[in-house]
Each structure stands twice: as structure tokens, then as C-alpha cells.
Unconditional design. Sequence first.
Length: 128
Amino acid sequence: MVETFQKGYQDLIEGMVLPLSALQLDKNQDEKCSLWRVIVMKHKKNEFINEVRTKFRVNAKEFDKEEIDRLAEEFKEKQTLKFKIDDKKKNLIENCDASYSEVYHALLHLKVSYIFYLSILDCTRNQH
């Protein structure tokens, strides 16, 4: 669908679409839902929207600058949060790897101490 749109959007209305103006604003892996920006002459925007809807069977609408800026800000925030989550996950895994041997060593020490305690308890029972 993406390749079809990129090849055909310029030819919908001859001379009224800025060539190579299609820009994918969200870099999703999902091809079913993506946001594109196309620059069209103002007086032909409704005709372009109708042609895109009929030829490509997609939802097309006009965005104002504020809405695009808001979407861009949300996208940047999402990327920042994703980076922070990945960083914290990496730190957590590193900390768990580093402390695993210490925790395992302490567990073995407790088990040996418990066995020693049971053996002394058993010896004192046999003596009485």
C-alpha cells in the first residue's frame, strides 16, 4: 500500500501536487495505519482528498500546523519514553546479572548453616 501511494499520489491531479512532497510522519511497522504529509495547491485540496479516498481507499483529511506540531511533539515524547524504558530495562538486567552470584552465594550459606544447625540439634538429642 505504501509503495502504491508513493508512486501514484503525484498523478492524481496533474500539476497541483508538489512532486516528491509525500513524507511519512510516523515510522510505524504497521502498513495499515500511517500518517503522511502531502503538499497540494490550496484551491485543489478538496479534489485531491476525494481522489485519494477513491483511488487508494484511505482516509484523507486536512491538518493544520498546530495539529501537526502536536502530533510531532507526541511522537518525540513517545520516542523519549521508549528510550528511557529501554535504558532502565538494560540497567535492571545488568544489576540482576551482577547481584545474582551474591544472592546465590548467600542462599548456599544459609542452607549450609541450616544443615549444620540440624546436625548439631540431632547430636544433642542423641546424647540425652
